[in-house]
Design a protein around this ligand. Structure first.
Ligand code: FE2
Ligand code: FE2
Length: 280
């Protein structure tokens, strides 16, 4: 078993010196939530089945179909809020089962279906929003993965700061408060680097989830040391609690497929479900 904790306050963790990587990033599956991703075969405490809705069936079918097209890769990242927890922000409503042990079992069915297709060498994960994952659910999820797949090197942190080949990556579940989805990633990066980053080497890649919207990886700083940014979409349909605020007006469902070649990073958001055709 290999379970490594990353402390983003310390020097960046060296994961691999290889030059080229294929990377899949998944975020905000919110497993346990009624409108969220749900793998097939989920059971409650007493063994009775928790059936998928039509949408959950299609979401699973489409996601696995797209992942099969990609096949074997190097790195899988779970960018937080993979489990819905007790969802205290919404008074604990809209959850298929509030028992977090049961949710963890359901999340493992999801993880296995993904990892058996992608067969990564490394799995990285970080902590999602407190009101969903209560600081520990994503950690337990990553820990369970490391137990089930002793051949995979698993890394976990509240935020992830690591070196992959030529690049220093910095991943967090969400943007720092006060600098979020309204602005461009370029503007965000400038603010982030001048206000919160120390004097050490600044990241070459930044990535976030949480907003349930996708931004393809793109160069946010040019020059000989380019910086890339991306925002990972969700695997969850809007629920009855969204659409009132700024969030929920435009949700995107899918994942990120990235290719790092030396200093270059390319990739795209792969859409796996068209939620806007769905009446909730
Ligand atoms: Fe989320
Ligand atoms: Fe979140």
């Amino acid at each position: 078993m290999s379970f490594n904790v990353i402390d983003a306050n310390l020097a960046a963790k060296l994961i691999s010196k290889e030059k080229n990587f294929k990377i899949v990033v998944l975020a905000d599956t919110h497993i346990g939530g009624r409108t969220a991703y749900l793998p097939s075969g989920c059971k409650h405490e007493r063994g009775e089945e928790h059936p998928q809705t039509i949408h959950q069936k299609k979401m699973e079918k489409n996601l696995l179909k797209e992942l099969r097209k990609i096949g074997k890769i190097d790195v899988v990242v779970f960018l937080g809020d993979m489990i819905d927890g007790r969802n205290t922000k919404a008074g604990g409503l809209d959850i298929g089962n509030t028992n977090t042990d049961v949710q963890l079992n359901w999340a493992m069915l999801f993880a296995k279906s993904v990892l058996d297709i992608l067969e990564p060498k490394y799995v990285l994960g970080l902590s999602g929003s407190d009101y969903h994952v209560e600081s520990t659910m994503d950690k337990s999820f990553l820990h369970r993965i490391s137990l089930h797949y002793p051949e995979i090197e698993v890394f976990y942190g509240d935020n992830l700061k690591f070196i992959l080949g030529d690049k220093l990556w910095y991943l967090a579940h969400r943007f720092i408060e006060g600098a979020s989805k309204g602005g461009t990633l370029e503007r965000y990066w400038n603010k982030f680097c001048t206000k919160t980053w120390g004097r050490e080497r600044t990241p070459d890649v930044i990535g976030y989830g949480h907003v349930h919207q996708a931004q393809n990886p793109h160069q946010i700083k040019n020059g000989s040391n380019p910086v890339y940014g991306f925002v990972c979409p969700a695997q969850k349909l809007p629920d009855s609690f969204c659409g009132k605020g700024s969030q929920g007006t435009f949700w995107e469902i899918g994942f990120m497929y990235l290719k790092q070649k030396g200093r270059k990073l390319k990739g795209e958001y792969i859409n796996t479900y068209e939620y806007w055709n769905v009446k909730q």
